[in-house]
Every structure is written in structure tokens, then in C-alpha cells.
Design a protein around this ligand. Structure first.
Ligand SMILES: [Zn+2]
Length: 80
């Protein structure tokens, strides 16, 4: 790892710009002016969070099977 220059990060809340050590690159720091979170460099988010959302949306396809079961149940009710 080569030594990098400090990273300048702007707070999205108050636009306060602060300089952080390059070792903090990819982390989330607290703005010393307003206390909001500031991304230093490019913050790598845990992709598993997105995977969980994709799985939840994919699980929605199961509703098709549930609908079929419901229509069958309605047919039984009609007969009775
Ligand atoms: Zn701020």
C-alpha cells in the first residue's frame, strides 16, 4: 500500500468539508459540524443487504402459486 493523500469529504447535510486520513478511506465518519454521517472516499456497502432485497422480491413470485390455491379453494366453496 502506497501512502495516499488525505481525503476530502463533504457533508451532504451541511456541505461542511473536512479532510480525513487516507486510512479512513471507505469508512463512514461523523461530520464534526452537524453530526451527520459523511462517506469518506467510496464507501463499499455490504452487497448482501441488496441480495436480501432481491430474494424478497423473488419470493413475491410465489404469490402466483398462492393465487392458484385460492382459486381452487373458491371452487370448493362454490360447490358447497
Ligand atoms: Zn455536516
Amino acid at each position: 500500500m502506497t501512502e495516499e493523500s488525505p481525503i476530502e469529504a463533504a457533508c451532504e447535510n451541511c456541505n461542511h468539508t473536512a479532510t480525513y486520513d487516507s486510512s479512513l478511506k471507505g469508512t463512514v465518519q461523523v461530520c464534526d459540524k452537524c453530526g451527520d454521517f459523511v462517506d469518506v472516499g467510496e464507501v463499499e456497502w455490504d452487497e448482501s443487504d441488496y441480495a436480501e432485497i432481491d430474494e424478497a422480491e423473488a419470493a413475491g413470485d410465489g404469490d402466483i402459486d398462492l393465487d392458484l390455491d385460492e382459486s381452487e379453494a373458491r371452487d370448493e366453496d362454490a360447490q358447497n
